[in-house]
Design a protein around this ligand. Structure first.
Ligand SMILES: [Zn+2]
Length: 591
């Protein structure tokens, strides 16, 4: 997929760092995704909105059941009346009786609990779809390093002669004391098949000798701009870093057909709907195929209704002119697919030890990670997005990156009095302190936390990567709330699993997956606050004010669950199953 030619150095997703613009060498044509995906998308059938609905006052549909509204002023209801996809009445059965006529469809929630659809405020469609058919080499699925190697060997034994063995989501930070996947180890997997395994951060690809041979990379090959071919004692070690070098291999890996790509996108959306998500924010639109990514989503939606609403975050490095000339301007699209945000990437990932830190990483006295840009460039990119009318989302993981980004927002926004209702954000905002949050609150910049950092990586952060003191500051949701902010919780899928209730549970418990210790009890929040961060406050953060609670005037986007998380103990949230997910009252997914 030689889809991007970085002008200087960049990585293929988060953490890319080009001081100049990315130049897209291949974009999607409208024609390419015409009839193809139309055949692929399973029709979902809108539940027959009556033709005469404009002429009558009655509801198209009334849903009876145990409803948790997420609205603190009216937390439960027994009936919800829906018209044109919007809630026109909610309360007791008698409250909505007057909205019924003989054509009103009746829906019975049965034993389930109806809750507002979850909002996933930061995930990735494009980097996920590129590799989603590859073997899952994550530490979540593979408890030990040896499990990963065994899985790759089994795959090689089942792969046709000479074909690629491909893995994704490998994260050496979660196997402390173990080696990385070097060429020598991958040669033990196979010398017949080319083997390539992507790091979970997408900043590294691990390859064997056969893959190096196919890509034509030898000890004499110079490092390309924006990448390197790792060497140990002058010999290639199979560790390929950053997109300039990774693209050499992507060029010889068989590309997914456009039909597969369209089907893969729908798969990811169905996955989101299956965990009760009704709206999500794509976190870096344009990084793989340029502005055509937005038109592909609108075409997929035109072909048939998508199972989840999507708002997009346009890659700032492409430049607003490129987006505008492709017709992608703030607010472009419709209620299902809308262009809303502007994405700036200020540093790398803390677990990859490339997040930009005030002090060195544990055991690496010379490594403070790195910023992808200086503050002047950061201000320029924020201003470009803000002045064009975009909501700006700036990725910042390390404490030094957050120092820079908070200052950049302050300088870019200047007098906050006329800054407006921008709801600009800092993404991950992993090591922000109370002082950062207070400054953010003054200029209306909101944090969105990758809450699974605490659950999945908390132990290695504390014990191996940043030490206990900094690890305690990870995802300080309570401090953000205390500063008057409205934080949201995201998965960064496929960096971590998309499971809104589990992210919310971690905000409440702050338990580590390994060992169950609690990481900084002081940053625990109430179950209500955690649920707001995956419903109403997340909706507000994606400019989806018509979603996030079940109230009159809002969209009838809801999930039917096996229990009510507003009443159930958070320790049981992991057991809650999703029976059905609806958008505008219409079934988008069912178990
Ligand atoms: Zn991201």
């Amino acid at each position: 997929m030689s889809l991007i030619t970085p002008v200087r150095h960049s990585s293929i997703i988060d953490g890319c760092c080009t001081p100049d613009r990315l130049e897209i060498t291949r974009t999607l044509s409208h024609a390419a995704f015409g009839p193809l995906q139309q055949a692929l998308v399973t029709p979902m059938g809108r539940s027959g909105l009556p033709v005469q609905r404009a002429q009558r006052a009655a509801a198209d549909m009334i849903v009876y059941g145990k409803i948790a509204t997420g609205d603190a002023s009216n937390p439960t209801a027994d009936a919800m009346a829906i018209k044109g996809g919007n809630i026109i009445g909610i309360g007791s059965a008698s409250d909505v009786e007057g909205l019924k006529d003989p054509t009103t469809q009746i829906v019975d929630g049965g034993d389930g609990f109806i809750v507002p659809g979850f909002v996933e405020p930061h995930m990735h469609l494009w980097s996920t779809v590129l590799a989603d058919s590859w073997l899952n080499c994550s530490a979540i699925e593979n408890p030990t390093f040896d499990d990963v190697v065994a899985k790759l060997k089994a795959e090689a034994a089942n792969t046709a002669a000479g074909d690629w063995v491909q893995g994704q989501l490998f994260d050496p930070s979660l196997y402390p004391g173990e080696p990385e996947l070097t060429r020598a180890i991958l040669d033990q997997v196979s010398t017949e098949h080319p083997v390539g395994v992507l790091n979970a951060s997408m900043h590294y690809l691990y390859v064997n000798s056969k893959a190096l041979e196919l890509a034509g990379v030898t000890e004499e090959t110079p490092d390309p701009p924006g990448g390197f071919f790792g060497k140990t004692d002058g010999k290639l070690n199979g560790i390929v870093g950053e997109s300039g070098a990774i693209l050499k291999f992507m060029a010889v890996i068989p590309q997914r057909s456009q039909a597969q790509l369209a089907a893969g996108l729908i798969d990811i959306m169905n996955k989101a709907a299956s965990v009760g998500v009704t709206s999500m924010r794509e976190g870096l639109t344009g990084a793989v195929m340029g502005p055509g990514e937005f038109s592909l989503l609108t075409q997929l939606n035109a072909a048939n209704r998508l199972p989840v609403r999507i708002s997009t975050a346009q890659h700032a490095m492409l430049g607003n002119e490129a987006w505008a000339s492709a017709g992608v301007t703030p607010g472009a699209g419709d209620d299902m697919v809308r262009a809303v945000a502007w994405k700036v990437l200020s540093d790398g990932s803390n677990q990859g030890r490339s997040g930009y830190m005030r002090d060195a990483y544990v055991g690496q006295p010379d490594n403070r990670g790195h910023a992808n840009m200086d503050i002047e460039k950061c201000i320029e990119l924020i201003k470009e997005g803000h002045n064009a009318g975009w909501q700006v989302m700036t990725h910042a993981n390390g404490d030094a990156a957050i120092d820079m980004v908070v200052s950049a927002y302050e300088q870019a926004l200047g007098d906050t009095a006329d800054a407006g209702d921008h709801r600009h954000r800092i993404e991950h905002c992993s090591l922000a302190t109370s002082e950062h949050f207070e400054r953010m609150a003054r200029i209306g910049v909101q944090p969105s936390f990758l809450m699974n950092h605490v659950y999945y990586w908390g132990r290695v952060f504390r014990d191996y990567i940043i030490g206990a003191e900094r690890a305690n500051e990870l995802d300080s949701v309570a401090s953000a709330l205390a500063a008057g902010l409205r934080p949201s919780l995201h998965s960064d899928y496929s960096v971590s699993p998309m499971q809104p209730l589990l992210s919310a549970r971690t905000a409440v418990e702050r338990k580590l997956r390994d060992g169950g210790d609690v990481l900084n009890e002081a940053e625990r929040v109430s179950p209500e606050a955690a649920l707001r961060a995956v419903t109403s406050d997340a909706a507000w953060q994606v400019h989806g004010d018509d979603r996030g609670t079940l109230e009159v005037g809002k969209k009838a986007d809801y999930a039917l669950l096996s229990a009510n998380p507003w009443e159930a103990d958070p320790s049981t949230w992991a057991d809650i199953t999703v029976h059905e997910t609806r958008i505008d009252g219409t079934v988008a997914w069912s178990a």
